[in-house]
Ligand binder design. Structure first.
Ligand code: S3P
Length: 211
């Protein structure tokens, strides 16, 4: 587990979704909102852990993949098939941008959100960016359970997972402020580590101990 300097990227103020390209013009220093943003490779547990953290903090949970799919009225595989990855990435950035300004949320993001540097300041502006990681063997074991990930519908999905993880590693580290390696941890343990870090970063008081 490592910690990075908290607000390395300039935060961006809320912009209309159509105006993402102008974000950098309006960067400004501001206190980050009290949200938690989970990033990480497919199968790192973002949705499961995100839901759990949300329940424990009484924060609302949102998954950017679901928002992209809902807004497009198509499933993620359909979006990739009909419009391609670039279109999906545009929709993904648009969703991130539209979330700026919300509070008391936990977000799970798609595993490829870090493939575009334009998303980095948006992620930081949404809240504390936490990277969930796991060993490649464990990730492969988890993602091979379902077939709804278009980028893994290839002849040798294991090789693909290893290549993609290696190619994205530096971007995940750059985007994140805090990392939890989930390989051997239970979901509730991961959630506790994230909540403790959020408490430290946002200066939340310690919960009262039960007598
Ligand atoms: C992707 C990850 C998926 C989804 C899409 C692309 C990626 O999300 O956004 O299939 O490029 O890693 P999950 O990480 O939630 O599976």
């Amino acid at each position: 587990m490592w910690v990075r300097c908290p607000w390395h990227f300039p935060l961006v103020s809320r912009q209309p979704a159509s105006d993402v390209s102008r974000m950098s013009e309006s960067t400004q220093a501001q206190t980050p909102p009290e949200n938690i943003v989970l990033i990480g490779f497919m199968g790192s547990g973002k949705s499961t852990i995100g839901r759990l953290v949300g329940r424990r903090l009484r924060f609302q949970f949102l998954d950017t993949d679901h928002l992209v799919a809902d807004r497009a009225r198509m499933t993620i595989p359909e979006i990739f098939e009909k419009h391609g990855e670039e279109y999906f990435r545009e929709r993904e950035t648009s969703v991130l941008s539209s979330l700026l300004g919300v509070k008391r949320h936990v977000f799970a993001t798609g595993g490829g959100i870090v493939t575009l540097p334009r998303n980095f300041p948006l992620l930081r502006s949404l809240g504390l960016v936490v990277l969930l990681s796991a060993d490649p063997e464990e990730i492969y074991r988890r993602v091979s359970r379902n077939a709804d990930r278009p980028l893994l519908q290839v002849e040798n999905p294991k090789e693909r997972v290893l290549e993609m993880m290696a190619a994205r590693r530096a971007s995940y580290e750059e985007a994140a402020q805090f990392e939890v390696n989930t390989t051997t941890l239970r979901h509730d343990e991961v959630a506790t580590i994230i909540i403790n870090e959020a408490r430290r970063v946002f200066g939340w008081p310690e919960p009262a101990k039960a007598r």
